[in-house]
Design a binder for this molecule. Structure first.
Ligand SMILES: NC(=O)c1ccc[n+]([C@@H]2O[C@H](COP(=O)([O-])OP(=O)(O)OC[C@H]3O[C@@H](n4cnc5c(N)ncnc54)[C@H](OP(=O)(O)O)[C@@H]3O)[C@@H](O)[C@H]2O)c1
Length: 410
């Protein structure tokens, strides 16, 4: 048997400790498969270990500390020293991806980050290896398990957003401070990583506008059921005429969409390309053992690969949100008087917004119009909304949520 493959472990928390345990459990099998037995050469936490010492005794470094500093500094130093780096750190990759790739290039080292995106779902590997020959047009998915759990609960039980969040916290699906999950920032970091891979280009967190689920109400989820729609927080990275768009927003999808059946804390990502049509991958989005398994997969990949497989850099134009076309669900609380629908239809028509389906709900003070409109430039739709909100017949501000029209029924 050859020399052991020495892994320096930075961080020994939820994922780090699960990784160390899994590595020792799987070491013999990996040795049989790769010819080298992996072993942990040193562990760094706030209270133990020395980074320089661990680096000098490692063939690869696994970063499971989280946060930006000192994770960034250690990652760059490891790569520049020619040591493979495996990380699950989405913040680091989405904010310093270019710097990490440059360090990997400079050191001739491999960089792997499967666990940073959709937990155990192997979307990074599929994109960089299986679909390396495909021109990916669109990647979209549910990349945050906390929000998917909350939305699933709201749809299932009619619970309010805050009650569903509290429930998620009790079950450990949401952290004590869930801000970056519920406001869409966590998903935006993951979409920056996926868009970089899909478009072979520099994409950072600052390129990804994001909206969260805090303002979603159970009645919108309920009304939209009548149109066959299910609400999800989606990350969408797509090539459009004249550039790309990478965004995160809550949106409705039709029941036949492959992402519609992804419930609870699960993640799923759909890849679309003319050569592969579409492929959806799904599985648990987080959890110590699950994430550790994805990290160990990367370590084995590093042990069995030669050289680097770094992405070429393509220049991208990010299309402003106002120019991107989307369909919308629209909820209007209106006065129950003759001519209301005609006035609203007039404003929509003036702004080139065309209605796909509409239902009228309630009567008197409780009257509301719920509709789905065909895809239109978001700037035009928002202009129509501004005009509608000024109409005397409106009883409250209009509420709108994007709709993804693809039905995948054929
Ligand atoms: N938890 C999940 O389900 C999950 C899923 C996907 C990705 N991730 C990612 O995996 C990474 C680790 O997450 P985790 O949940 O395992 O975190 P965690 O439980 O908070 O553990 C962090 C570990 O890093 C160490 N650490 C933090 N700052 C340090 C510093 N300045 N110097 C030395 N050691 C330091 C901590 O040391 P002490 O023990 O001394 O505090 C601890 O051992 C993060 O990037 C996270 O985003 C986690």
């Amino acid at each position: 048997m050859s020399e052991p493959f020495r892994v320096g472990l930075l961080g020994h928390g939820t994922v780090g400790s699960a990784f160390a345990a899994l590595l020792s459990e799987r070491a013999d099998a990996i040795a049989t498969a790769t010819g080298r037995r992996p072993e942990v050469s040193g562990v760094l936490t706030r209270s133990q270990g020395d980074f320089d010492d661990i680096l000098s005794r490692s063939d690869a470094v696994v970063e499971l500390m989280g946060g930006i500093e000192p994770a960034r500094e250690y990652a760059v130093r490891a790569l520049e020293a020619g040591k493979a780096l495996v990380t699950a750190n989405k913040q680091l990759l989405s904010q310093h991806g270019d710097e990490l790739l440059a360090a990997a290039r400079a050191g001739g080292a491999q960089l792997r980050y499967e666990a940073a995106v959709a937990g155990v779902v192997p979307v990074v590997r599929v994109m960089r290896e299986s679909f390396a020959g495909a021109h990916i047009e669109k990647v979209h998915g549910i990349v945050n398990g906390t929000t998917n759990y909350i939305l699933t609960e709201m749809a299932r039980t009619g619970a309010s957003y805050s009650d569903a969040l509290e429930h998620a916290q009790r079950l450990g699906y949401a952290e004590a401070d869930p801000t970056e999950d519920v406001n869409g920032k966590d998903a935006a970091a993951k979409m920056a990583i996926l868009a970089r891979l899909a478009f072979h280009a520099s994409v950072g967190l600052e390129d990804v506008p994001f909206e969260g689920i805090e303002a979603i109400t159970p009645d919108d989820i309920d009304y939209a059921k009548e149109f066959g729609l299910v609400l999800k927080l989606l990350g969408v990275a797509e090539r459009l005429d004249g550039g790309v768009s990478v965004r995160v927003f809550p949106c409705f999808i039709y029941g036949g969409h492959p992402l519609a059946s992804v419930v609870g804390p699960f993640n799923a990502v759909t890849l679309e390309s003319p050569t592969i049509t579409e492929v959806t991958l799904s599985g648990p989005g987080a959890g110590g053992p699950q994430t550790a398994s994805a990290v160990l997969g990367d370590v084995v990949s590093v042990m069995s690969s030669q050289g680097m497989d770094l992405d070429p850099i393509e220049e991208l134009r990010f299309i402003p949100g106002d120019e991107v076309e989307s369909a919308f669900y629209l909820h209007l609380e209106v006065a129950d008087k003759p001519g209301v629908l005609a006035q609203i239809a007039q404003v929509l028509g003036d702004n080139h917004v065309s209605v796909k389906s509409v239902v009228q709900k309630g009567m008197g003070d409780n009257a509301r119009l719920v509709m789905v409109v065909h895809p239109v430039a978001e700037g035009r739709f928002n202009a129509a909304l501004r005009e509608i909100s000024k109409l005397a017949l409106m009883r409250s501000a209009p509420r709108s949520i994007r709709v993804i029209e693809e039905e995948f029924t054929s």
